[in-house]
Write a new protein. Structure first.
Length: 191
């Protein structure tokens, strides 16, 4: 969405103009356009995988907290899928920010910016690369996603809100910490 709302080709051209010849840049842009359908095909798959993993975390959390409760996996999946709509807003906020507020930007600005995130208050040049993703994860959208999960679980279980909060904090929070650890580990090994 951000790619088509903003002049992405111009950004790529400016970013690579000193490193590559004009023909190479044009080939890169053509290649990106040719294979763009792969990105469109992968997005629903990634949403499906993420929602399934979050639903799995929630179901494991409920299993350990409410052992007598037999709730089908599809109900947990539905809660996780509803939460994904919060994360869709990230793209709209990013588009609005670069379209209306920061109209002079580079490709690097576009790639590193995460709306309403803690990392926006820090100097990215002084941050180690392996810390960028965890600091981007500290944002209002992730907090909203968390509370959508809590609310969905509260409605599903019909228990105390604090109990649902605790289940989501332990199950989804634990899964998120494992994911962040994996990303940090991979980033350290790739740099």
């Amino acid at each position: 969405m951000v790619k088509y709302g903003l002049d992405y080709d111009k950004l790529v051209l400016n970013f690579y103009s000193e490193q590559l010849a004009q023909e190479q840049i044009e080939k890169l842009l053509e290649s990106q356009e040719k294979w763009a359908w792969v990105g469109y095909a992968i997005i629903p798959l990634l949403i499906l995988i993420r929602s399934s993993l979050v639903a799995l975390c929630l179901s494991v959390g409920v299993f350990f907290y409410e052992m007598e409760c037999k709730i089908p996996f599809k109900d947990f999946f539905r809660i996780a899928l509803v939460g994904e709509f919060v994360l869709v807003l990230v793209g709209y906020f990013k588009l609005g920010y670069f379209y209306f507020i920061k109209t002079d930007y580079t490709l690097q600005d576009l790639q590193q910016y995460y709306p309403l995130s803690y990392i926006n208050f820090l100097d990215l040049e002084k941050i180690q690369p392996w810390l960028v993703y965890p600091l981007q994860t500290i944002n209002l959208f992730e907090i909203s996603y968390f509370f959508v999960l809590v609310y969905g679980l509260w409605k599903l279980l019909k228990n105390k809100f604090s109990k649902s909060f605790e289940i989501v904090a332990v199950s989804y929070g634990g899964g998120l910490l494992i994911w962040l650890g994996l990303v940090m580990f991979l980033t350290l090994n790739m740099t």
